[in-house]
Design a protein around this ligand. Structure first.
Ligand SMILES: [Zn+2]
Length: 86
């Protein structure tokens, strides 16, 4: 699967890079954010979504089914921007 957010919006957990340990870290209570052109719609995060796999990515359909998993601000903007019903 291609998670290039320059081509389409990608719902992904934000990854915090730990320079000390040199590996990616995801907060256990993190919400999924909608990334477009490598920035989240809510403006809080910036990441290269194509660097990560589907382990931290969910589909738009899953977001609509379980909106509590998504960042509220991203969800609102995404629905408005892409005229998503639901
Ligand atoms: Zn967000």
């Amino acid at each position: 699967m291609n998670f290039d957010s320059r081509k389409r919006p990608v719902w992904q957990l934000p990854v915090a890079n730990s320079e000390k340990r040199g590996n990616a870290y995801i907060h256990p209570k993190a919400k999924y954010h909608c990334f477009k052109n490598c920035g989240s719609l809510c403006g809080m995060y910036c990441q290269r979504t194509e660097d990560y796999d589907d382990g931290i990515t969910i589909s738009s359909a899953a977001v609509l089914e379980q909106p509590h998993l998504a960042c509220r601000s991203c969800l609102k903007k995404w629905k408005k921007q892409y005229q998503v019903e639901g």
